[in-house]
Design a protein around this ligand. Structure first.
Ligand code: ZN
Length: 235
């Protein structure tokens, strides 16, 4: 039997604490209501909503165009779809404190403890516990631990397709605000190594091997897009 676990956050009207501080709050307005449409129709009514969201709202992918200013930069509508689907593992980094750095040694130790080996072509999810601990609070957008450049390259050198984290960014907020560097986003630019942000419910898949799926909206020319991330487990 197959079990599907939702790894996505809800995209919620006026959610102040759901996204990176650089991105706007999402607005989801009623465009037409059942009452309005019923006035013009016979025995039927419908509703639609008008979304005012960022390409990086909610659970989403960062594609190379996000940090690559070149005209050849790969955009969300162009990127190969196999990066969004395939065998995956989720490793436990939940002992890391807010705004600390995740190192290659931490990744190696997490694999050892979970008895999981990261194989070429897999997708790796990093369970920091940050979403579980802080979602819905002002701590969520800016308090996560983040990968060092070496740790991001460690994942890249393993030959993994992509990786994801349960925070607004895989970079340490201190690297962004004080050091003005973005190790993972620079690797996105330099190596075309994509990542997923704002994952949820990773506590339900930590230490496990499963199939990940999270395809992006086909937004032309954009450097990111919302995804519906799920884990598919054989039981
Ligand atoms: Zn993003």
């Amino acid at each position: 039997m197959v079990k599907i676990i939702d790894l996505s956050q809800s995209l919620t009207h006026k959610d102040r604490f759901g996204q990176h501080p650089a991105h706007p709050v999402p607005y989801i307005f009623p465009y037409i209501s059942h009452e309005e449409s019923a006035e013009e129709l016979n025995d039927v009514s419908y509703t639609t909503e008008w979304l005012n969201i960022n390409s990086h709202s909610g659970t989403h992918v960062d594609t190379p165009k996000h940090f690559d200013p070149s005209t050849e930069a790969i955009t969300t509508d162009e990127i190969q779809l196999d990066l969004f689907y395939g065998p995956a593992v989720c490793i436990d980094l939940s002992h890391k404190k807010p705004k600390t750095w995740i190192t290659p040694e931490n990744l190696e130790e997490a694999c050892r403890k979970s008895n999981l080996e990261i194989k070429k072509g897999e997708i790796v999810l990093l369970y920091t516990g940050h979403w579980n601990r802080t979602h819905g609070t002002s701590e969520y957008p800016s308090g996560n631990p983040g990968l060092t450049k070496e740790a991001c390259l460690w994942l890249y050198d393993k030959g993994v397709k992509s990786f994801g984290i349960d925070a607004v960014t895989p970079d340490n907020p201190i690297d962004q605000s004080e050091n003005k560097i973005f190790p993972c986003h620079e690797t996105l630019r330099d190596k075309k190594f994509i990542h997923f942000e704002n994952l949820a419910n990773l506590d339900k898949v930590v230490g496990k091997r499963f199939t990940f799926a999270g395809f992006p909206l086909k937004l032309k020319g954009c450097g990111g897009a919302p995804i519906r991330a799920v884990a598919i487990l054989e039981e």
